[in-house]
Design a binder for this molecule. Structure first.
Ligand code: IPM
Ligand code: MN
Length: 368
């Protein structure tokens, strides 16, 4: 019997609703796999933690996360108005999420832009553009660049307000993420799109140098370097040309949201944030305060994050595949939630019902 200790950070907005469905799936996985046990530990994180304790990432939560084998995170953040009730440095993004990434050095962010044919109707792209479906793995550097560089704001010599933010990477940081991307490419189509802006940014010049150096260690992988702005265009025009894409933090933030756009929703994009010692898993979407509590948020991204966790942290690849298949089956039967679909497009169900349907489908699959 293997016991895995999992920290659950449900967070704000729709976080608790979608987390509930993820836990349902985890419980079923535990029932189905006699030799696996999950120890689940809930902890406060985000605005909810700030209001309860005065800190968006309280010490108690840090301790729970430190002890965990993996962390499953919901969503954090408030709407613009409510955010103002929290001091800037304790707002959930700066006060909880970035410190979580830094604490566990989760440098490798995996964001699958995966649109099998059965989900194609959610995409705003034409059927001729989608072709046989979209299957891209965006790999984003997550603990460097502008997000974590020095920041300064004040009044300059001319008496004007100014701000300065530093985009810094050293070669080891770049090499580390680039190697992850090559390794992933080796398990897929062996074509790696390297996203950069070396016609303007020196950081991209160094980035590309490292990609060239590392490509010698992966002679089977074809590297295609492409400017980030052009990549944004091609993601819309011809997403089928991409398999694995690697990029620095800020580029990855933007292009991965565009990935969600071509799927039709960030609600269709789970993610994994991997460090060498610890990883956390989260949906790519936000806390959607406007629909929180209505029971209409689709838990696909959150449940997909469970699948990524089982696969990447616990080596349960087959059960992860079963979860993906279970979710595709639910959609294939025409079910959806109203955040993804307009009425009459599908059999509309609630967040909870969607989770139940996923469990029904999963229960039918042979145990891995
Ligand atoms: C994401 C989010 C975060 C980011 C925010 C919430 C700080 O947009 O995970 O992509 O910018 O990294
Ligand atoms: Mn983002």
């Amino acid at each position: 019997m293997k016991t895995y200790n999992i920290a659950l950070l449900a967070g704000d907005g729709i976080g608790p609703e979608v987390m509930k469905e993820a836990v349902k799936v985890l419980n079923l996985v535990e029932q189905r796999n006699e030799n696996v046990k999950f120890d689940l530990h809930e902890a406060l994180f985000g605005a909810v933690a700030y209001f309860a304790t005065g800190s968006a990432f309280p010490e108690e939560t840090k301790t729970i996360c430190d002890k965990a084998d993996a962390i499953l995170k919901g969503t954090i953040g408030l709407n613009h108005e409510d955010s103002k009730k929290i001091p800037i440095d304790e707002q959930p993004e700066r006060g909880a999420l970035l410190p979580l990434r830094r604490r566990y050095n989760t440098f490798a962010n995996f964001r699958p832009v995966y649109l099998p044919k059965g989900l194609a109707h959610f995409s705003p792209l034409k059927a001729s553009v989608i072709g046989e479906g979209i299957d891209i793995m965006i790999i984003r550097e997550l603990v460097g660049g502008l997000y974590f560089g020095d920041k300064e704001a004040g009044i300059n010599a001319e008496g004007k307000r100014f701000v300065r933010e530093v985009l810094e990477y050293d070669e080891d940081q770049i090499r580390q993420i680039v190697r992850v991307a090559f390794d992933v490419s080796m398990t897929r189509k062996k074509v790696l799109h390297n996203i950069h802006k070396s016609n303007v940014l020196k950081s991209s010049v160094l980035w590309n140098e490292i990609v060239d150096e590392e490509s010698k260690n992966y002679p089977e992988v074809e590297v295609k370097s492409i400017l980030v702005d052009a990549a944004a265009t091609y993601l819309c025009l011809n997403p089928g040309m991409f398999d694995v894409m690697v990029m620095e933090n800020m580029f990855g933030d933007i292009l991965s949201d565009q990935g969600g756009g071509i799927l039709g929703s960030l609600g269709l994009m789970p993610s994994a944030c991997r460090g060498l010692k610890k990883s956390y898993y989260e949906p790519s979407h936000g806390s959607a305060p406007d629909i929180a509590g209505k029971g209409i948020a689709n838990p696909y991204s959150m449940i997909g994050s469970v699948a990524l966790m089982l696969d990447m942290s616990f080596g349960m690849e087959k059960e992860a595949k079963n979860i993906w298949a279970a979710m595709q089956n639910v959609f294939a039967k025409g079910y959806s939630t109203s955040d993804l679909s307009k009425a009459n497009e599908a059999n509309l169900v609630t967040t909870e019902e969607f989770g139940d349907l996923v469990c029904v489908e999963l229960a039918k699959m042979p145990v891995a």
